[in-house]
Unconditional design. Structure first.
Length: 80
């Protein structure tokens, strides 16, 4: 989660500086790191971004642990 928080702080700085492309990249990584941490807390680890994205839905959205809206938000972030 520390990596997610660091990426989110960087996104805020980049946004404030007017660098939207970099801010979006940092937001994506903040989501990726937070999702990875949530899954890792259940001993689920994935080596690819697509694996994390699928697992977010399988283990978090479909089990109603996070809302469908958050799953959709994560889906809207660009694949890096």
């Amino acid at each position: 989660m520390a990596k997610a928080e660091t990426s989110l702080a960087a996104a805020r700085r980049d946004y404030a500086a007017g660098d939207m492309a970099l801010a979006i990249n940092r937001i994506y990584y903040a989501c990726f790191y937070a999702a990875s941490a949530a899954l890792l807390s259940e001993n689920r680890q994935f080596s690819k971004h697509a694996g994390v994205r699928a697992a977010v839905h399988q283990y978090l959205v479909n089990t109603h642990r996070i809302s469908v809206q958050w799953g959709q938000f994560y889906d809207q972030t660009p694949d890096i």
